[in-house]
Design a protein around this ligand. Sequence first.
Ligand SMILES: Cc1ncc(COP(=O)(O)O)c(C=O)c1O
Length: 383
Amino acid sequence: MYLDNAATSFPKPEKVYEAVMHAMRDVGASPGRGGYRRSLEAARILFQAREAAARLFSISDSEQIIFTQNATGALNLALQGTLVSGDHVITTSMDHNSMLRPLYALRNRGVELSIVSTGHDGVVSVEDIRRAVRKNTKIIAVSHVSNVCGAIQPIKQLAELCHEAGALFLLDAAQSAGYLPIDVGHYAIDLLAVPGHKGLLGPSGTGLLYVAPQVNIRSVIQGGTGSHSTAEEQPLVMPDGFEAGTCNLPGIAGLQAGIEFVLERGLSAVYLHESALLNQMEQSLRDIPGVTIYGPADPSGRCAVLSFTASGVDSALLAAELDHGFDIAVRAGLHCAPMAHRTLGTFPGGTVRVSPGWSTTSEEIAFFSDAVVQCIAKIRKSV
Ligand SMILES: Cc1ncc(COP(=O)(O)O)c(C=O)c1O
């Protein structure tokens, strides 16, 4: 049983596999690299995928969407493509290494960085962010939903603060895209980083960055774009200038099918399914003596993942027991967010993180909960 959809979603809807195979077997060519029919068909797939993503995030011009390899690629482009020495950026202690490491690298190149600690529930205080604002604050960069404890950040208020402070709002939607409604206009999002392979149900190696029209962004990868070939400088034409090199057409075709699946099902249905499973899991886990669940106390303040520890039980050992004894895949450890664990009080051992998906059933969650009880009893007995 696969319960690690926060890392990458599995299985994918059947149409995703079909779209990948169609792009590989029937189309074959690269978009924008020829005037022949196969290449035009590839360009059509690319366009339709951009249009599907634009529909999901209420983006009026799909050309403002740049396809990337994953959310990490989108975050690197957003940060490296906008920040220069002397700029200041604010992020939170709940953010992922894919946000923090590019920022540490930029700090070494003269960018000022403030990391605001969240509360012990993983939610950042807008007032604390406000206090960190400086005259040169260029970006406030926040993950919408914590990949460690599922805490949902107050993005409407953060967007308003960005507006007041004259800063750009960068939202890392790695754990929220495909689960929570994200309307780039409503939330005044300037830069939206999204993985294609998690909640959008596309293949690995897919992601995207939305760049609002008013944002000036530089390319971080230079190379062939299939156009402006005599120019020595990278053409900063949206989106091609930022997608140098041959694109991942099979992945993007699959991503389109994944987005269509989410759109057809409806975000509220996806969210209700997910939260019903998380609530069911939480209720069973709370009955186990010594189990602690992290994140906001109110389940409506959480989404996508449930993280827990059991006293006297090593999280990595528990995950290994679940895998070997019951064929259940969950993730244990720091989940690429060490600072989040320092804030939650779960450093260095980390937590066991469970993330059901669109095809997970209530029966599977019941099986999982029984398995956890048995594994904890076994481990406690052996120590
Ligand atoms: C909050 C958050 N940001 C960024 C990432 C990086 O995503 P990707 O693996 O698509 O690069 C993840 C991945 O788990 C994440 O949870």
